[in-house]
Each structure stands twice: as structure tokens, then as C-alpha cells.
Design a protein around this ligand. Structure first.
Ligand SMILES: C[S@@+](CC[C@H](N)C(=O)[O-])C[C@H]1O[C@@H](n2cnc3c(N)ncnc32)[C@H](O)[C@@H]1O
Length: 191
């Protein structure tokens, strides 16, 4: 497969803004996140589609339990809508992003905090504003410094039976090339 086809295929797998690009994608039977993503007519979501099996495996036990979910990296706000639908009524979502335009996604059950995930003082403010966190998803800037700083500051703050999920660790290695690049894992979980 030539490079442009490969890039186009990867991009289609990564982003679903609506049903048009989704029709050729396989549906993982019984996974509500996969079905939501490929049928999405709401705001754009940026996710690798093979993450959905992993999310559902670890997050399903929180559905219907009104969890408090923090997602670092809001972008167009599509994943916040997806998490609300997936976890159900009563869920509180806290979206964190460095881009102040993300404030537009705030509503009664969605809080948006604007700041840099590599700034420890800002992360202390996130802890103060969010005294309980059941699930934290790091889908922010994806550099190693951002991911490790966020982990150091936020992991001890997660509920004992909670989940800390860090996406796209491969881009962390690309962004800081002095680090050896043999590691190819892209997602990590701690609970
Ligand atoms: C991959 S997008 C998030 C996608 C979104 N979670 C979704 O699934 O649709 C990454 C986001 O991280 C934000 N970001 C980049 N650097 C950041 C930083 N240092 N602190 C907080 N957010 C950052 C960007 O502004 C961007 O909106």
C-alpha cells in the first residue's frame, strides 16, 4: 500500500465526524462505544477505533453509576458527548484543555478547565476543583513531559477503584526523540 493510501486509511480510522466515513468500518458487536463512534452525527471525535474494545473492557463497570470522569484534551468536544451517552444520566464530565475555545462545551453536567497539563500548579487547581475522580483519560498534548507530569500529579488523586488511562504513548516518544523508540505500546492503564 502506498504511503498516501496508508495515511488516508489511518486518518479515516482515527476520526469519525459522521456516518459517511464510517460505513466501511467494522462494527464490534455489542460495544456501545464503537456503535456510537461510527454512527456519530454530533461533534467530531478524535479516537483510534481500536481503543474502543479497551475502553469498554475497563469502563463498563462504571456505566449507570454516575461517575466523575476527567478527560484531558477536549478538541471539538465530541468525546465529551460520547462519554455522557456511554456512562448515562448523572455522569459529571470535566474536560481539561489548553485552548480557551473549549469553554463553549460547558453545560450543567460538563465542566471545562483551561490550562496546561504540564503545569503542576494548574493540576493542583484541577484536583481542588475535582475532589473526586473515578476515571481520568489523558488524551491531551501527548508529549512525554505532559504525560508524566500529569500522571505524577493526578494518579494519587484517583479513587481507589478508579481508572487512569493514558492514550497515545507512541507519540510521546516521537515528540521527544532522544528517548529510545523501541517501545511501541500506545495506551497504558493503571487502576
Ligand atoms: C487529540 S485532541 C483531544 C481529542 C478529544 N479527546 C477527542 O477524543 O475528541 C488533543 C487536545 O489536547 C489539547 N492540548 C494540547 N496540549 C495541551 C496541554 N499542554 N494541556 C492541555 N491540553 C492540551 C489540544 O488543545 C487538543 O484539543
Amino acid at each position: 500500500m502506498i504511503l498516501t493510501q496508508l495515511v488516508a486509511r489511518l486518518f479515516r480510522q482515527w476520526t469519525a465526524a459522521g456516518v459517511a466515513g464510517a460505513q466501511s468500518m467494522p462494527l464490534e458487536a455489542g460495544n456501545p462505544l464503537t456503535e456510537y463512534f461510527f454512527g456519530n452525527t454530533g461533534r467530531t471525535i478524535h479516537k483510534w477505533h481500536d481503543y474502543f474494545e479497551i475502553y469498554h473492557r475497563h469502563f463498563a463497570r462504571f456505566r449507570g453509576c454516575s461517575p466523575i470522569v476527567v478527560e484531558i484534551g477536549v478538541a471539538q468536544g465530541g468525546s465529551l458527548q460520547m462519554w455522557h451517552r456511554y456512562f448515562g444520566p448523572g455522569t459529571q464530565i470535566v474536560g481539561v484543555d489548553i485552548d480557551p475555545r473549549c469553554r463553549q462545551f460547558e453545560d450543567r453536567s460538563t465542566t471545562i478547565l483551561i490550562g496546561d497539563q504540564a503545569d503542576r500548579r494548574f493540576l493542583a487547581e484541577v484536583r481542588t476543583r475535582t475532589p473526586r475522580i473515578d476515571i481520568l483519560i489523558d488524551d491531551g498534548g501527548h508529549t512525554m513531559t505532559q504525560q508524566t507530569t500529569t500522571f505524577e500529579e493526578m494518579y494519587p488523586h484517583i479513587q481507589p477503584n478508579g481508572i487512569y488511562l493514558c492514550e497515545d504513548m507512541n507519540t510521546s516518544l516521537i515528540a521527544e526523540p532522544r528517548v529510545p523508540t523501541r517501545c511501541i505500546s500506545t495506551t497504558a492503564f493503571w487502576s
